[in-house]
Each structure stands twice: as C-alpha cells, then as structure tokens.
Design a binder for this molecule. Structure first.
Ligand code: GTP
Length: 605
C-alpha cells in the first residue's frame, strides 16, 4: 500500500449529460463489472428502482476500481454524485472525499445551469478539474464551439479537454489515463493518529447502519475501537471493506482510501454526515463538516385507509433511514386522520420519496399540496410554519403578527436568446425580482445564449415553474437555484369551505396578488371532482372573512336501483351492497362525502 496509488474523484455534470453512463464505462474498462452490449445502458450505480425508471441518480453511490498502469495497481475511487437541483447537498458532500472531478458536458447541449453550479462547488473545494465533452457521437455535437464556451465560462484551457462518447466507449481510456496522471493522490500518514471522514451512510436491515468513510490519516482495521467527534460515542468496527461496487471485505483501510464500515450503530442519526472518526483516547482536529440538509418543501402524507397509519409510519421511518435529508413529524387532520408531515429538499425529492414509498412499501397514500416554511414574525418571537393549518388567521395577523416572510432562492436560468422574452415573462408571473442577464457566449454567433439571474420566492418554484420553464423554452432552458434567505411578503391563508365548513387538508398559503386566480381555479377544480350530493353544496374559497370565489354543486339523488325491476331481490341487494362498499371508501369532508379519487384529483396539480 502507498497513498500515491490512490485517486479519489467524482463525476459532476448537469442532469442527463451522461454521468452514470460514463461511470459504467469506467467500471467496465477497469474490469470491475462485466462489459455489456453497446447500447444497453443498465446503469450499475443507479441502484434504486425509481432512479432506473426516471433515469436520474438520487443517492450518491461509491465504487472502487483497480487499474494497472506500468505494472502498478492503482485504486480509483469513484464517488458518484446525483444530478438534480434538489440534490445539491448530496453533490457537495460527495465531493468532500475527493481530490479531483470529471466535469462532464454534453457536446450537443453545452454548459448548462447546473454545470456552472457544480463547477463552482468543485473549485471551492480545491479539486483538480478534468473537463470532458461527452456525446461526441451525436450529429448535433459541436466540440470546437463548446471548447471555446468552456474556456470563456470557466477559464479552462481547451488543450485539457477530453472528447468522448460514453455510449460507445470512444475516448474513455483517455479519461482513465487523465484520472491517474492529473488528479493528485490523497495526502495522509499511515503512522498518524486515526482520522476518518464520514461522508455518507446506508441502512442495512441486518447489520444496521453502514457508514461510508474516507481515511485521512492512520489505518483502520476490523475490531478497532473508534469514537465520533460529533457525538462522542464509541464503537467497535465489526465489518470493513470497499465497494467494488458490491461490498468486498478488506483487512484494513489506509490513508486516502474510501470504504465502508459497520460498527454497532443502531440509529442512522448516529452516523452524522461530515463527522470525523478517531481512536478513543486520542484527540484530533475535526474536519470541517457540512451544513445539515435543510428541508425546504413540506407535505402531509396520510394513509388512504386511516387504520393503516401505524404501518405507514413504520414504512416512512424505514425509508427515511436510507435518506437522511427527509424530516418527519406527526400530523393529524380532521379530514384525513392521522398522518406524517415530511420535509424534503425539493419537489423532485418529494416525488421520489413518494414513489419509493409506494413501490417498496406498497403504501396507499394521499399527499397534500407542498408548502415551503414561512417565517411568522411576532413582536417577541419568530415562528416557522410549514403547515397551512398552523398559519395565523386574519384576526391574529391583524393584531399580533408584525410580518410574514417567505424563503426565496437565487435562481439562474440559461436559455437561447430566442426564448429570452418568454423567460422574462415566466419570471415576472412568478414574482421574480432583481432580474439581471448577460450573454454567456458572446461572439459565437448563432447559438448566443443568455444567463438570467433573479430572486424568486421558493413557493413559486415548487409548483409549476420547472414544467413551464421547459415547455416555454421548448426544453432548451436549464435552471438551477441556491438558497437566498427570507423576504417579507404579503401572504394569507386561503381556506376552502364545503357547505360552509372549512376542510383543513385543503388549506393553502397564497400571495395576496394571486389569491383571486388561485381561489377561482381551485373551486372550479373542486366542483368538477366532488360528486353531487343529496342537497345543494356551495364550494367557496375564503381569505379571512372574504369569500374569493364560489361555485355551487347542484343536488342529485343517486338511486342505483332505479333501473331494476321488482322481484330480483338478490340483484338489488348486490347493487346496494356495492354502493355501500363505495361509501366506505369515502372521506367525510365537513358534511360532504368526498371520495378518495376526488382527493387524488385535487392533489394532482
Ligand atoms: P443523472 O444521473 O440523472 O444526472 O443523469 P446522468 O448524467 O447520469 O445521465 P445518464 O448517464 O443517465 O445519460 C443520460 C442519457 O444520455 C441516457 O439516455 C444515455 O444513454 C445518454 N448518453 C450518455 N452518454 C452518451 C453518449 O456518449 N452519446 C449518446 N448519444 N448518448 C449518451
């Protein structure tokens, strides 16, 4: 073992630029996995079913490869990073264990919004960046133009750029060569006191918490005792190995190596991401950790059948063990019963979690409209509210609340010049402020692209912003954002009344400038999905005492036996029985029966 023979790197790119495909080619080329037929892209590192289905990487995965150069075996540790804007936290934490990064750019698409943000994270961490242009097999690829773009945007020397096709494998050997030649080996002393960096954790049904670690100094072996700088708790290493990409046990992990350990940790909260592990009795300077992931989008999750709550809660807790960025709280609703309020990094994250809950735990759930955390400023205190039912009502707002603030993000959009007007319009209708723009590739003629920066309320982004951005730019716009703090805003709680009774699960927090539009749109939607009742039902949207919008559901009497002639008692009973079953699946909303399907319809945006 020597440190010189180790390289730790990650692949960073905008979504869909080919990270997972390149990772697979590297694993094949080093013989880590068997070569697959060209064109068949079953990505090895994307382990979760949702990742396969959606083609996005959610959870960072790690793999060690062995690559021989001049008869010397090198260990290349690839730390895979997820690609979606919601997962920036996972990206930065994956990069902390690396000395270098492959900056991958799709040669037919060019530099996109996330290419820029990941580039900056990598540069701030002092990583050696290897620029790679991917998909040069595509007819639309413009490698020369993009080399110029990467030079002007990042100051990258075009001579350093490697052009490849991750799909066909062309040029991938040059990437492997560059990893060994250009990325510095980790520095660390075998003899120093043990210092290991914990950068990820997994949960295993049988062994409990598995931590992924990068050894900074010293050697860690099975049976060793370790302590956490963060919790001060002590453990014994019961299992140690590397991910190859499947787990392979090893005798010990040496400086610069990346691997996994199991040590009798029971709760995944004990594996504190960013923690430094050391030997009990020694003191080490902890490595700079991470800012903990902050939930920015909240939604209530309820079982369709209220008696399923204990099972649902158990499933949510188990799933959250594999995803440390989800926060969980109990919540109850008069309409939906007992449920959980979960916090997510973003809406895609929420979607992925929901889908995993359904796929892996067979859960039948209702999820409420997403809300961001609002800050309510009182004279003597500040309170964060992420559930519309807890938002102060009109009288409290008038008497006690000084102001309400909402989270905003700094957004950047990159778009071809032709769509600039549409993007400005999109930003304005989503309450964007501080708009500025600049040409990204001045002088490249036909493909001039503009980078638009603005400050947008997060609540505007969690709804339809991304879909509209894509559709209004014919898919050409790319988008990224980072936290931008809180700003005072004119917000109010909107409630929906069925037959004069508010339905708590439908409450929303809205900006006053949007209240009419939102109120009208929602009552229109409600009147379509709520089945007619025995009597007339008014459906109203209200802010405080003010009714914003109203629709009336006319009365209807369902006589399911009307079409049947007398005498067929059995048949009549059967029909009535079926109707009763249908009733059982209904939820009481105020005094109105709302079938589950209606609720699903409403919650779909
Ligand atoms: P995320 O993990 O979601 O960020 O995506 P990714 O960056 O891992 O992209 P992925 O490897 O899933 O590739 C995205 C799409 O581009 C897939 O359909 C790939 O088959 C395709 N692709 C990747 N590399 C190449 C290439 O060199 N040429 C062509 N033509 N297609 C490629």
């Amino acid at each position: 073992y020597t440190c010189d023979l180790i390289r730790n790197f990650s692949i960073i790119a905008h979504i869909d630029h080919g990270k997972s495909t390149l990772a697979d080619r590297l694993l094949e080329l080093t013989g880590t996995i068997k070569k697959k037929e060209v064109g068949k892209n079953e990505q090895v590192l994307d382990k979760l079913k949702v990742e396969r289905e959606r083609g996005i990487t959610v959870k960072a995965q790690t793999a060690s490869m062995i690559h021989t150069v001049d008869g010397r075996q090198h260990i290349l540790n690839l730390i895979d990073t997820p690609g979606h804007v919601d997962f920036a936290w996972e990206v930065s934490r994956s990069m902390a264990a690396c000395q270098g990064a492959l900056l991958l750019v799709d040669a037919s698409q060019g530099v996109q919004a996330q290419t820029i943000s990941v580039f900056h994270i990598a540069r701030e961490r002092g990583l050696k960046i290897i620029p790679v242009l991917n998909k040069i097999d595509l007819p639309a690829a413009q490698p020369e133009l993009l080399a110029a773009q990467m030079e002007s945007t990042f100051g990258i020397d075009p001579a350093e750029i490697i052009s490849i096709s991750a799909k066909t494998g062309k040029g991938v050997d040059a990437v492997l060569k560059a990893i060994v030649e250009r990325i510095p080996p980790p520095s660390g002393k075998t003899t120093g006191p043990l210092k290991a960096f914990l950068f990820d954790s997994l949960y295993d049904r049988y062994r409990g918490v598995i931590s992924l670690i990068a050894i900074q100094d010293g050697v860690l072996k099975k049976g060793d005792r370790i302590a956490s700088c963060h919790t001060r708790k002590k453990y014994e290493v019961t299992d140690i190995g590397i991910m190859h990409p499947e787990e392979i046990p090893v005798n010990g992990l040496y400086p610069g190596q990346v691997g996994f350990i199991a040590c009798n940790m029971k709760e995944s909260s004990e594996a504190h991401i960013g923690d430094t592990l050391h030997r009990p009795g020694t003191t080490v300077e902890p490595m700079p950790g991470f800012k903990p992931a902050k939930a920015m989008v909240y939604a209530g999750i309820f079982p369709v059948d209220t008696s399923d709550f204990p099972k649902l809660e158990e499933s949510i807790k188990r799933l959250a063990l594999t995803d440390r960025s989800v926060t969980i709280q109990r919540e109850s609703s008069t309409a939906l019963g007992q449920g959980c309020r979960l916090g997510f990094l973003g809406t895609l994250h929420m979607d992925v979690f929901r889908q995993r809950l359904e796929d892996e735990y067979d859960a039948n759930i209702i999820i409420t409209a997403p809300t961001v955390p609002y800050k309510i400023v009182y004279k003597d205190r500040e309170v964060y509210v992420s559930n519309p039912t807890e938002f102060p009502d009109a009288s409290e707002m008038a008497s006690k609340v000084i102001e309400v603030q909402e989270p905003v993000v700094k957004a950047s959009i990159i778009v071809p010049e032709d769509y600039f007007g549409d993007m400005m319009d999109l930003c304005y209708t989503h309450r964007a402020e501080e708009l500025e723009h600049r040409y990204l590739d001045a002088g490249t003629g036909t493909s001039a692209r503009i980078m638009l920066n603005c400050v947008v309320p997060l609540s505007e982004i969690v709804t339809d912003f991304f879909d509209q951005l894509k559709s209004r730019s014919s898919g050409f716009a790319s988008f990224d954002y980072e936290e931008g703090g809180y700003k005072a805003s004119d917000l109010a709680k909107m409630v929906f009344l069925l037959n004069g009774k508010p339905v708590d699960a439908l409450a929303l927090i809205v900006h006053r400038s949007h209240e009419d539009d939102i109120g009208r749109a929602w009552v229109k939607k409600l009147v379509k999905v709520i089945p007619r009742q025995m009597y007339e039902v008014p459906i109203q949207a209200a802010v405080g005492k003010k009714i914003i919008a109203r629709e009336t559901l006319s009365a209807y009497r369902a006589d399911v036996t009307a079409g049947l002639y007398g005498g067929h008692v059995e048949r009549k009973m059967k029909v009535l029985e079926r109707q009763k079953e249908g009733k059982a699946r209904m939820k009481r909303m105020g005094t109105v029966d709302l079938p589950q399907e209606a609720f699903f319809e409403i919650m779909k945006k």
